[in-house]
Design a protein around this ligand. Sequence first.
Ligand SMILES: NC(=O)c1ccc[n+]([C@@H]2O[C@H](COP(=O)([O-])OP(=O)(O)OC[C@H]3O[C@@H](n4cnc5c(N)ncnc54)[C@H](O)[C@@H]3O)[C@@H](O)[C@H]2O)c1
Length: 175
Amino acid sequence: MLDSSYFSLEGKKGLVIGIANEHSIAYGCARAFRTLGAELAITYLNEKARAFVEPAAQAVGATLFLRCDVMAPGELEAVFEAVREQWGRLDFVVHSIAFAPREDLQGRLVDSSADGFGLAVNLSAHSFLRMARLVEPLMTEGGSLFAMTFHGSEKVLPTYRSRIYHPDISWEQKS
Ligand SMILES: NC(=O)c1ccc[n+]([C@@H]2O[C@H](COP(=O)([O-])OP(=O)(O)OC[C@H]3O[C@@H](n4cnc5c(N)ncnc54)[C@H](O)[C@@H]3O)[C@@H](O)[C@H]2O)c1
């Protein structure tokens, strides 16, 4: 049970990218941050996704509700520009997104296509670096960037076929 008298995010401003619906990990994060007093900006992937994300954004009282497909030229930049205009600064960012083409999530990792693998890494991992670059000038008082991980990034899991889906593989195998 979260207790804002023990730890408070009152006055903090955060951007949460990765809510698809109320089952998304990012939604759990957003609810926790809101409970602790943070003010939130929430994004949705596209118009089709908007209807599912909007109730979640309303439930956490999001001040900003912005479209963001990290693969669409200019959309990520527009999100940080809107945050700059509205708040002038940002204290934390949650990156909770991943994608890989369905055909590359089946079979063996060594059989994945170069294009599919490249798309997965670009969308799921390099987008985190793009966010870090864009948020740098807004984190005038320091800040935190979060991404999601999974045990499958450290150990081979025989049934975990979707391993290229996870950005953590990119981070943790390079470090
Ligand atoms: N579910 C798990 O067991 C688990 C375990 C470890 C890590 N993760 C990681 O947690 C994160 C969230 O996963 P989840 O389980 O909440 O699933 P989810 O489907 O709810 O979230 C994935 C999100 O990625 C977003 N997304 C996909 N393509 C995008 C793009 N081009 N631009 C912007 N957003 C895009 C989707 O809109 C969605 O909101 C992912 O990074 C995933 O790899 C999940």
